[in-house]
Design a protein around this ligand. Structure first.
Ligand code: HEM
Length: 142
């Protein structure tokens, strides 16, 4: 399944009016299903909720601007290595993200929409994980 930008954008438009509440629901879902990752995050999740919400909007807005998107995701991935995010955490985050979008998208959600978001998340997480791994490699000398 490849990414279908029309399905991504139309479903995100249905979710968007709910605002940062969506990111709050996402964290509740993530921490309920994966209590082990809670300690990686600051105790007060409010500011983080707004940052995640802004990042999702930027992701959807730049979906067809591959060059900008890859740059954003490589930086994000490098920062995530510093937060203690491990490659094995990414599927859990992806599952909570998709559950959240499904919850808020209502009738705009179809199996095709879900497959398209899964394809987006695959590209996003692979790009972030690869750049985090590259950042932790020793810098070649001479
Ligand atoms: C598509 C995947 C993801 C996206 C778009 C995303 C987005 C973000 C954003 C925008 C921030 C704010 C700080 C910054 O920009 O550097 C952040 C922070 C953070 N993320 Fe992610 N993230 C993703 C995956 C993950 C995963 C898999 C984990 C692992 C559990 C994780 C754990 C964290 C932590 C611990 C912080 C710092 C929170 C704090 O300071 O309290 N993220 N993330």
């Amino acid at each position: 399944m490849t990414v279908n930008p029309i399905l991504i954008k139309s479903s995100f438009s249905a979710v968007e009016p709910h605002g940062p509440e969506v990111a709050g629901w996402f964290y509740d879902h993530l921490f309920t299903h994966n209590p082990g990752v809670r300690s990686l995050f600051a105790e007060h999740i409010g500011p983080q909720r707004d940052r995640l919400w802004a990042a999702l909007g930027a992701l959807v807005a730049n979906l067809e601007n591959t060059e900008a998107l890859v740059g954003i995701l490589q930086n994000l991935g490098r920062r995530h290595a510093g937060y203690g995010a491990l490659p094995e955490h990414y599927p859990a985050v992806g599952a909570s993200l998709i559950a959240t979008l499904r919850h808020y998208a209502g009738d705009a959600w179809t199996p095709e929409t879900e497959a398209s978001w899964a394809a987006v998340y695959e590209v996003v997480s692979t790009t972030m994980i690869d750049s985090a791994a590259a950042a932790s490699e020793p810098t070649p000398t001479g």
